[in-house]
Design a protein around this ligand. Structure first.
Ligand code: F6P
Length: 324
C-alpha cells in the first residue's frame, strides 16, 4: 500500500534549548521505524532557503540524547518573513519531496510553520524553548534543564553571598515570561523574585522584603530578576544605596541554554518527537504538539498560536510566603 508520507524534514529554529537533540533523535528513529526517510534541515528555516540539508538515518543520531545544543544548528531567519524567502523554503520542500516538516522552536518557529503550511507544506510544530512561554503547552523542551543550570549557579552564588553578608541580584532569562525566574526563585529560596508579569515596585518588592527578613536575623539576600524587568547592576546599585548592604549583580545569560538535558527534557522531547511522526503518519497535518498535564496532545497551528497561558498566581504567593 502506498504511504502518504515517504520523506520528512526536521529542523530546529530560534534559540536552541537542551533536549532538542533528544527530539531530533526521536523523530529520526520513529520515522525510520515507519519507513519514512528523513532530511535534517540545518540552521532552521535558513537551511531550507539556502539548501543546507543532510540525510539522516537511525544511526545518525547515536549518542545525541545526552548532548545540549542542537546537532542541526539553529537560527532566527528573517528571510522567512518575506514572500520571497517563504516561497524559496516551500519550493525546496517540493523539490526535495518533503511530505512533512517538523519544526521545533517557539512562537516564531510556529509562525514559520503556519506560513509554510499555507503554501501547501504539511507542518508539525514542537515547543522547544527554555522560556516555557508557549501558550498551548504546559511545558517546553529545555525549560527544566535551564532551571537546573540556573539553580546550580545560584546555589554557588549563595555561598559567597552568605560569607560576606551581601545581596546578590541575579538576572535570569525568560524573554517576556517569568517562568524561569519564578521556579528558580522558589528553588533557591530567593527573598524576592521580579517577574515581567507583575509591575515592579522597588519599595514594596525589594526594600520591604529585605526589612522583613532582616528582623528575623537574615543578613544575606538573593534576589532573582527576570530579564527586561530592571537591569541587575542598576538594581544592585539601588539596593546598596538604599540599604547599605554590599550588593553584587550577576547575569546568568546564555549559560542557561547549554548543558546536557535533564531526564524531564529528554523524556518530554522523546515523547513529543514520537507524537509528531505519528501525526504525519496518520495524515494529520499543521498541528502543534503540546504537553497538557501529563499527556501529549496537539492543536491546530492557528489555534495553538492564539492560545495564551498565565503565570500561576498561587505559586507567586507561595514563593513570597516561604522565603522570609
Ligand atoms: O528564547 C530563548 C532566549 O534565551 C530568551 O530567554 C532570551 O530572551 C533570548 O532567547 C536571547 O536570544 P539570543 O540568543 O538571540 O541572544
Amino acid at each position: 500500500m502506498d504511504k502518504q508520507i515517504r520523506r520528512i524534514g526536521v529542523l530546529t529554529s530560534g534559540g536552541e534549548a537542551p533536549g532538542m537533540n533528544a527530539l531530533i533523535r526521536a523523530v529520526v528513529r520513529t520515522a525510520s521505524a515507519h519507513d519514512i526517510s528523513v532530511l535534517g534541515i540545518r540552521r532552521g528555516y535558513s537551511g531550507l532557503i539556502n539548501g543546507d540539508i543532510i540525510e539522516m538515518a537511525a544511526r545518525s543520531v547515536d549518542g545525541i540524547i545526552r548532548k545540549g545544543g542542537t546537532m542541526l544548528y539553529t537560527a532566527r531567519c528573517k528571510e522567512m518573513l518575506t514572500d520571497e524567502g517563504l516561497q524559496k523554503a516551500a519550493d525546496t520542500c517540493r523539490y526535495l519531496g518533503i511530505d512533512g516538516l517538523i519544526c521545533c522552536g517557539g512562537d516564531g518557529t510556529f509562525r514559520g510553520a503556519q506560513a509554510l503550511s499555507r503554501k501547501g507544506v504539511p507542518c508539525i510544530g514542537v515547543p522547544g524553548t527554555i522560556d516555557n512561554d508557549i501558550g498551548c503547552s504546559d511545558y517546553t523542551i529545555g525549560f527544566d534543564t535551564a532551571c537546573n543550570t540556573a539553580i546550580e549557579c545560584i546555589d554557588k552564588l549563595r555561598d559567597t553571598t552568605q560569607s560576606h553578608d551581601r545581596c546578590s541580584v541575579v538576572e535570569v532569562m525568560g524573554h517576556h515570561a517569568g517562568y524561569i525566574a519564578l521556579n528558580v526563585g522558589i528553588a533557591t529560596g530567593a527573598v524576592a523574585v521580579l517577574l515581567p508579569e507583575i509591575p515592579f515596585d522597588f519599595e514594596r518588592d525589594i526594600l520591604e522584603r529585605m526589612r522583613q527578613t532582616q528582623v528575623t536575623g537574615k543578613k544575606h539576600f538573593i534576589i532573582i530578576v527576570s530579564e527586561g524587568v530592571v537591569g541587575a547592576q542598576e538594581l544592585a546599585n539601588q539596593i546598596q544605596a538604599a540599604t547599605g548592604v554590599d550588593s553584587r549583580a550577576t547575569v546568568l545569560g546564555h549559560i542557561q541554554r547549554g548543558g546536557s538535558p535533564t531526564v524531564r527534557d529528554r523524556v518530554n522531547a522523546s515523547l513529543m518527537g514520537y507524537h509528531a511522526i505519528d501525526l504525519l503518519d496518520k495524515g494529520i497535518y499543521n498541528r502543534v504538539v503540546a504537553v497538557s498535564g501529563d499527556k501529549i496532545v496537539d492543536y491546530d497551528v492557528n489555534v495553538a498560536l492564539s492560545m495564551h497561558k498565565t503565570i500561576d498566581r498561587d505559586m507567586i504567593d507561595i514563593a513570597k510566603a516561604i522565603s522570609i
